[in-house]
Design a protein around this ligand. Structure first.
Ligand code: PHE
Length: 339
């Protein structure tokens, strides 16, 4: 029997498996219930007591060798198998693809930089607001359609909890807590209960601005916005102000820029008019100043507000606003160069 163990030690030691089936065959031959090892342990019972020590030692060496060998050949097939599946662990890693900044972030940061150069700071406020900051303080009459569920998202049927429809609410917060002079812009996400289409979305981004001091005039407003338009769309850009209406400004205007695509000659972006509308603006209504405890007899100011998506669509000639929210990397990656 000792000789048999010696033979097996040699065979097992030299064993190499070529296929997975051979590994399984090895396991069956040596370790199954009726396998070589089991047979030897069976025979061991018959060995005379005085020889048991020597036999037992050899038998345990063989058992250990069989187990080690099985582990070795199993491991060998695990790695070989992954190579067969097309994973070659020796290949160098694929480079990690770098992300790119979202076009809306690029444009928003540009707007912030342009206004920072002339002393405007950035202020932010909550997206979930109350009626006072979004409507009442801003001189919205009670029957104004924006107060309707059709236009504004209200929360939990409580008309005093709503998603802000513009970042003018932050203007109110700033005016309530700061003394003039105030020179600030308000970037942020806003929400309107609108049907989603290529031109409109129920979530979009605004940058609004506010300037309050003594003797602020409409000329200051116009000059500031002309500066902005030239910085944003190029030195040749012209502006045009059309009378408009907002409850919180008086007088109010809508500002167009000469079409940055065709240079004013007429194209399908400006609908062949040569002009595109980019923002609303006006002199802050004295009622609003008084609502925010700023004396309208001493101070005056101007305000403006623009949609970041609209500016980005013009700048990059994006035809569908929904693309900004779909997170398709093929779209998003195109703006990397603009970083
Ligand atoms: N709050 C206005 C809007 O959301 C924009 C605006 C801001 C207009 C300031 C005039 C002055 O449409």
């Amino acid at each position: 029997m000792l000789q048999k163990i010696q033979e097996l030690l040699q065979t097992v030691h030299a064993f190499e498996a070529q296929t997975k089936e051979e590994v399984e065959q090895f396991r069956l031959t040596y370790l199954s219930k009726k396998g070589e090892l089991a047979q030897l342990f069976e025979a061991f019972k018959e060995v005379p007591n005085e020889q048991k020590k020597e036999f037992g030692k050899q038998l345990n060496i063989l058992k250990q060798l069989i187990q080690d060998t099985l582990e070795r050949i199993q491991a060998q097939f695990e790695t070989n198998e992954s190579v067969l599946q097309g994973i070659d662990v020796t290949l160098p890693e694929k480079p990690i693809m770098l992300g790119s900044r979202h076009p809306l972030s690029i444009v928003k940061n540009q707007i912030i930089e342009i206004f920072a150069k002339i002393g405007f700071i950035v202020s932010e406020g909550p997206e979930i607001e109350d009626d006072w900051h979004v409507f009442t303080a801003l001189n919205f009459p009670l029957e104004h359609p924006a107060r309707d569920m059709q236009d504004t998202f209200f929360i939990e049927k409580n008309p005093d909890v709503l998603l802000r429809t513009h970042t003018s609410s932050v203007q109110v917060r700033v005016m309530e807590h700061q003394k003039p002079p105030i020179r600030a812009i308000f970037p942020g996400r806003v929400f309107r209960n609108e049907a989603i289409s290529a031109r409109a979305h129920c979530i979009f981004h605004q940058v609004e601005g506010l300037y309050i001091d003594t003797n602020v005039s409409f000329a200051d407003l116009k000059q500031t916005l002309l500066y902005f338009a030239k910085e944003m769309f190029g030195a040749d850009t012209q502006i045009r102000l059309r009378p408009s209406y907002f409850p919180f400004t008086e007088p109010s205007a809508e500002m167009d820029i000469s079409c940055s695509i065709c240079g004013g000659k007429g194209c399908n972006v400006c609908k062949y008019s040569g002009w595109v509308e980019i923002l609303g603006c006006g002199m802050v209504d004295p009622n609003v100043l008084d609502n925010c405890s700023i004396d309208s007899k001493i101070y005056s100011g101007f305000a403006f507000g623009m949609g970041v998506e609209r500016i980005a669509m013009l700048k990059y000639q994006v035809k569908d606003i929904r693309l900004f929210f779909e997170n398709d990397v093929r779209f998003l990656r195109q703006f990397e160069a603009a970083l």
